[in-house]
Design a protein around this ligand. Structure first.
Ligand SMILES: *Cc1c(COP(=O)(O)O)cnc(C)c1O
Length: 558
């Protein structure tokens, strides 16, 4: 099984993330952040970048989503068995929580690339004999529980993670925090470096993902003192993490020399949120091979050999005959429609323009924007048949997110005679791969500026699926109107109120569907296939995690 000796060699970048999405079978991710972490690891392995990743084992997963006929979400635990995939290591470390020593053990998963590269991933686990029952539960649920539970998890991830890497014998060159959840690692590094922030800053890299103040993890010092207790430690947290409440992002900002946002726009927004900090931009990407359907992989392999480890080659997609692009797409679409019909019995059509929306169901992503005016949708549908496929989980505590799912079900019922709509249960990486490759048009309608990046549209583009999106996150950099897809709503730097922006977005959403998108799909198929080509040549060639990781290497890691 997975062997530790082989992966200890040399100095490594330690990549810390609360969630990591390796596959649907390993349910230690909730959404884009975790999938990005997975893609980071996949590209690092392909490119032979010396990385070791650290996360929590999340023994009971995020959750399994069941939906009743009204769209009420029922949450089941997603028990899984790490021993099926990884090796339990002998080393144990401990952290102090509420003055108790909490023992931590580690599972090792070696992610191996066909190129010979390998990234070890350490899954921390507190379900250790000798720990109190309560402490054994700390690494059960990803994003479960309350603030107290979350802070305990962050202690295990940040402090426990640094100690585990040391105990296992890794030599760490830099620590990369993927979001603020792991920033307590800097507390541990301060202790090892005579509380010298200059030394610690040289060791730390911080990637922020959250464009709004309220989204950053904050903890009351009452709670911090109760869990961490050590007075010196708490003083250090106050000094670098905020006087009123402990802000994990602020702590990471103050203790990292290299800080970046995940798109150009997001780095600007972050500079406004945190004035005075140098915040760079490294635009996200996705792992090209993972997110390309088998049908397109085959095409690219034939016409653009080497594309998987050098996605820049996709820029030459025009050398692939149009009919083969269309055929590959039809195959991916058939696979998705068959899955939809098998799961829901809704009887979707292989020929109809198919629109997809799948991501975490939460208010800022506005999954129901397209359902705002059902008569408009009927009118569009008379011009040319459309069908819609939705999927996504709402966080168990996100009542607004759960309400959104019910609203989609309600619209589905109202439109039943006119437009086929499906909501697929339990969104995961496998379903994501099917959806982003099998629809014709990928819809993205977040409230600006809340979508720091977004990555599902990049996955779509790798499969010749055309994007139609609000100008937020990555789309500001990927969008060329009518060439790589279409935009709705205000221009990137137009300052409108949320209400005005929504009106503009809705108006574009419906009018572009009616006047441009539906007619092109049905009447000018050649033009449509050109847009598919452009999506591959002008989006996929750049918005991939190989390019992203090379940037991290040259700008942050070296
Ligand atoms: C890519 C992916 C996401 C991210 O989607 P966004 O549209 O960027 O929010 C979320 N969940 C899964 C399972 C994914 O594969």
């Amino acid at each position: 099984m997975d062997d530790l000796q082989g992966v200890l060699k040399g100095q490594k970048i330690a990549y810390f993330s609360m969630e990591i999405g390796l596959s649907s079978e390993i349910p230690t991710y909730a959404g884009g952040l975790g999938v990005l972490a997975g893609d980071t690891i996949r590209s690092a392995a392909d490119l032979n970048i010396p990385l070791v990743a650290v996360t929590l084992v999340s023994n009971k997963g995020y959750f399994r989503q069941i939906l009743d006929p009204f769209g009420n979400q029922i949450e089941h635990t997603e028990e899984w068995n790490p021993a099926r995939f990884m090796t339990l290591l002998a080393e144990e470390v401990s952290v102090k929580i509420q003055n108790r020593d909490v023992k931590i053990r580690a599972w090792l998963y070696n992610y191996k690339s066909l190129t010979g590269g390998c990234v070890p991933i350490i899954f921390l686990d507190t379900d250790v004999e000798g720990n109190e029952w309560e402490d054994r539960r700390i690494t059960d649920f990803l994003y479960g529980g309350d603030q107290r539970y979350r802070l305990k998890q962050e202690i295990v991830l940040g402090i426990g993670g640094v100690r585990m890497l040391e105990a296992l014998g890794f030599t760490i060159r830099k620590y990369h925090m993927n979001e603020g959840h792991s920033s307590l690692l800097a507390l541990e590094l301060l202790k090892r470096n005579g509380t010298d922030p200059v030394k610690v800053k040289e060791l730390c890299i911080f990637t922020t993902h959250t464009p709004v103040e309220a989204g950053h993890d904050k903890f009351d010092y009452g709670l911090v003192e109760e869990l961490i207790q050590d007075k010196n430690d708490v003083d250090t947290l106050r000094r670098f993490g905020g006087a009123d409440r402990f802000n994990t992002s602020l702590f990471a900002l103050n203790l990292s020399n290299y800080i970046n946002g995940v798109t150009k726009r997001h780095s600007c927004v972050s500079k406004e949120l945190f004035p005075g900090y140098q915040i760079q931009a490294i635009t996200n990407g996705i792992h090209s091979y993972t997110w390309t359907s088998p049908y397109f992989r085959k095409l690219y392999d034939h016409y653009l050999p080497g594309w998987a480890n050098e996605p820049e080659l996709l820029v030459r997609v025009d050398g692939i005959p149009d009919n083969e692009i269309w055929e590959a797409h039809r195959n991916a679409k058939k696979a998705l429609i068959d899955e939809v019909n098998r799961r829901t019995g809704v009887g979707m059509d292989y020929e109809a323009l198919t629109i997809g929306f799948a991501r975490r169901m939460t208010a800022y992503k506005r999954p129901t924007l397209v359902l705002s005016d059902l008569d408009m949708l009927r009118k569009i549908n008379r011009r040319g048949r459309i069908q819609l496929i939705f999927s996504g989980k709402a966080h168990p505590h996100d009542e607004a997110g759960k309400q959104i799912i019910r609203e989609i079900f309600k619209s589905m019922e109202i439109l039943r005679e006119d437009i086929k709509i499906a909501f697929l249960e339990n969104y995961d990486m496998d379903l994501a791969a099917k959806m982003v490759s099998g629809v014709d048009l990928w819809l993205n309608t977040p409230t600006r500026p809340y979508e720091a990046s977004g990555t599902s549209g990049m996955k779509a583009a790798h499969n010749g699926v055309v994007n139609f999106s609000v100008l937020d996150g990555w789309w500001i950099e990927g969008w060329i109107e009518g060439v790589t897809g279409w935009a709705m709503g205000p221009q990137p730097d137009e300052k409108l109120s949320e209400e005005e922006a929504r009106a503009a977005e809705l108006s574009d959403l419906y009018s572009k569907l009616y006047y441009i998108i539906v007619p092109m799909y049905y009447e000018r198929r050649d033009d449509w296939v050109q847009l598919m080509n452009n999506s591959i040549a002008m989006i996929a060639y750049y918005f991939n995690s190989h390019r992203m990781m090379r940037r991290y290497v040259t700008h942050a890691y070296l």
